[in-house]
Write a protein that binds this ligand. Structure first.
Ligand code: GLA
Length: 724
């Protein structure tokens, strides 16, 4: 078999937006990434090869293993002692494949020698003639400098059990710290930082959804790096089912970041001729966390199906009425919503089947005649009369045992053994990989979408998958098939209703990843709308997603989830920076409160083009109880910032807040965006006036603005506009 590239390795150098990715593809092993990071500038063939060689020498002591560098998919045969990228066997045989590259294509054209290109796709095909496994690896440099890669395993022999396919990228020795996330309900995206010590930092998820505790983006950074400074490399696995993010530092000094899908035992068996396509693994490099985030944001915004910046201001009924659906009360809510400038009215849980509480009804997606004797038409008509769009809540992958669907088809519930999995919110997971089940669920959803003019679905997923087996097939694992079926279903719904927007919600922000984001249009960041918690939640959820995708609502003064009390100024200013909504019983508000709400909504509508297209900058971690963040227009002609007092300021005079992202060469007018009463200010700083003051961009960047004295848990919003 002469199925091999001959001669010197093919070398490909991809460059875009200040990033370089240098890939060496020797004939006799899988591709090696020689550099992923800062732009190396244009290289000719000789300098590209010497750059590969410069990074190639492995320092080793006498008697040490003659190991080579780790490949994109690290292989044990090379002497790699860490976790292999590909794991699998044919009943104990063919467990250590050795791949030879057969072709390298750059932008579809077969490559030889050296190629340098901008944003483009490289496809590498490799084959192991002994195990009869073929691999296709795709690496893409996107315009934003984001790199993404995925692998396909094709079985050309007898049945092969694939246990793992993970792709890895190297980071240099000065990437000495790790930063990723954890969390729980209401506390999504808690940051964790730790040294990148020897060993494996594996964030494995077996929840069947991305997870409230998801690693989200796993970063390796230079020591002491922050939002603005320090070389930072981050990876993200774009898969909403079980998955892993891994940082590995072996004793020879190699540091890798990577990940892939996580299979349950025996889950991925490939018959002869079958193949497995792994999820995209995204990789972003930048100087500081902000610049890493910008690559994700710019990529998401470049997609043709990305949402318009004119995000309709939303009202969601959950915290207003919970399960108490009453037509009169909800129509009144519609009227009040229309008055304050709401553009989309979303009816949350409680409208269907026997769903009078969380213990019944999931699975029966027909409008409940008990609470909606005339169907939803009177409500939808009122919504339209007040010039709003109509949206509705669903949780299609779930079923309550107390439902007509579960009574008719108990075998559609995912389970690995005879008894059902442990409960969470009195509900179980429906197996969408069973065609009849998939069809029954889809049919019900499409019937609702056919009967009512629905512009938006809040698609929820309120439990972890436990023992997610396929009952009719003796409980074999069904996670991969379930996530694939979910994607297929969302795709079918979108194809039938191209204008429909879908929100990814999972008990708050439990399903946020770039896999689900290909098929949905915003995320519910968290069930917690308490603005103090939201400050942190928005700040860190923004590491992956731009503000227009972050559902962010103004809730009642007394938080339903934390019991804290906050002024409308802080609640409004915090929600203002995302995709704005209201999660407050307007029937329980005063006319004055509604007037202030209306003002926040009007301001958001006025500035949303900037808020939803601009570049996000986050100030450092709290200094003296204060932090700030902002959005700067791409052309840097204007910006909006929020300066937040998280706790009492610990210094006599509050510090200055430096405003990032402006052009130091230009002049700007700075003025407060005051809505209602100023937020607890005692002695306003000099710039606090209607007309504001003119300041050079350099001063705002390097010195910053004097922060007003504020009560804790208050903030101010500032509008900055170029003069001249
Ligand atoms: C989840 C969501 C909430 C709400 C409820 C309804 O918890 O995160 O916003 O929709 O379900 O049951």
């Amino acid at each position: 078999m002469t199925d091999r590239l001959s001669g010197t390795p093919v070398v490909v150098h991809l460059r875009s937006a200040g990033c370089s990715f240098l890939l060496e593809c020797p004939a006799e092993q899988l591709p090696i990434v020689r550099h992923w990071g800062a732009d190396l500038g244009a290289l000719d063939a000789a300098s590209a090869r010497s750059t590969c060689l410069a990074g190639a020498a492995q320092g080793r002591l006498p008697g040490e293993l003659d190991a080579g560098p780790a490949a994109l998919i690290p292989e044990p045969w090379t002497g790699w002692m860490g976790r292999p990228g590909l794991l699998g066997s044919r009943q104990g045989r063919n467990w250590s494949p050795r791949f030879a590259v057969t072709t390298v294509r750059v932008d579809g054209v077969e490559a030889a020698g050296y190629t340098e290109a901008g944003a483009t796709t490289v496809e590498i095909t490799a084959f192991d003639a002994e195990s009869l496994i073929r691999l296709v690896l795709v690496v893409e440099m996107l315009e934003s400098g984001l790199v993404r890669m995925r692998g396909r395993v094709i079985n050309e022999g007898e049945e092969y059990e694939l246990s793992e396919l993970s792709l890895y990228l190297p980071v240099p020795a000065h990437a000495v710290e790790l930063l990723d996330f954890s969390g729980r309900w209401g506390m999504e995206r808690q940051v964790q930082r730790q040294p990148f010590g020897i060993g494996t930092h594996a964030r494995e998820n077996r929840r069947g959804r991305t997870g409230l505790d998801s690693a989200y983006v796993l970063h390796a950074t230079e020591r002491g790096s922050d939002f603005a400074h320090g070389e930072t490399w981050g990876v993200h696995v774009a898969w909403s089912g079980n998955h892993r993010h891994v940082a590995e530092h072996d004793s020879t000094g190699i540091r890798l970041l990577g990940g892939g899908e996580l299979f349950l035992p025996g889950e991925m068996r490939l018959a002869g001729g079958e193949e497995y396509l792994g999820p995209w693994i995204y990789a972003a490099y930048g100087d500081g966390l902000d610049r890493v985030a910008h690559r994700f944001h710019d990529y998401l915004r470049s997609r043709p199906h990305h949402v318009s910046p004119r995000r309709p201001v939303t009202l969601n009924t959950w915290e207003a009425v919970y399960f108490e659906h009453d037509q009169k009360r909800l129509v009144e809510l519609v009227r009040l919503a229309g008055e304050i400038g709401i553009e989309r009215f979303v009816l949350d849980d409680g409208w269907f089947g026997g769903r009078r509480n969380s213990r019944a009804g999931l699975g029966d997606w027909t409008v409940s005649a008990d609470v909606w004797p005339h169907g939803l038409h009177p409500l939808v008509d009122a919504v339209h009369q007040h010039g709003m769009e109509f949206g509705i809540w669903m949780e299609p992958e779930m079923v309550n045992p107390d439902s007509d669907l579960a009574r008719a088809h108990p075998e559609w519930i995912m389970a690995a053994r005879r008894e059902l999995p442990v409960e969470q919110r009195t509900q179980h997971v429906l197996n969408l990989s069973i065609p009849e089940c998939y069809d029954a669920v889809l049919e019900q959803i499409l019937a609702i979408l056919a009967e009512y003019p629905v512009a938006f679905v809040k698609w929820d997923h309120n439990r972890d998958h436990v023992e997610a087996g396929v009952q009719p097939r003796a409980g074999v694992p069904g996670e991969h098939a379930q996530t694939s079926a979910l994607y297929r279903m969302l795709h079918e719904i979108k194809a039938a209703h191209p204008a429909l927007e879908i929100e990814s919600c999972a008990a708050g922000g439990g399903r946020i990843d770039l896999g689900i984001l290909e098929l949905t249009d915003r995320v519910w960041v968290s069930d917690v709308s308490d603005p103090l918690e939201r400050q942190r939640l928005m700040r860190w959820t923004g590491q992956l997603l731009p503000p227009e995708l972050l559902g962010s609502h103004i809730a009642s003064p007394h938080s339903h989830t934390t019991s804290r009390h906050h002024d409308l100024s802080f609640r409004g200013a915090t929600a203002f920076f995302g995709h704005l909504g209201v999660e407050w019983d307007l029937g329980d508000t005063t006319p004055e409160e509604r007037a202030v709400l209306a003002r926040w909504i009007a301001l958001h509508r006025k500035h949303r083009d900037l808020l939803h297209t601009g570049t996000v900058w986050r100030g450092p971690d709290p200094a003296h109880g204060i932090w700030s963040h902002g959005v700067v227009a791409k052309d840097r002609t204007q910006a909006l910032y929020e300066i937040v007092s998280l706790t009492w300021c610990t210094t006599g005079a509050p510090p200055h807040a430096r405003l990032s992202g402006l052009d130091p060469q230009r002049r700007y007018r700075v003025r407060p965006l005051v809505v209602g009463t100023p937020p607890g200010g005692f002695s306003p700083p000099a710039w606090w006036s209607e007309e504001g003051i003119e300041v050079p961009g350099a001063a705002l960047t390097h010195i910053g603005l004097q922060v007003p004295v504020m009560h804790p848990e208050h903030s101010v919003v500032i509008h900055v506009e170029q003069v001249g």
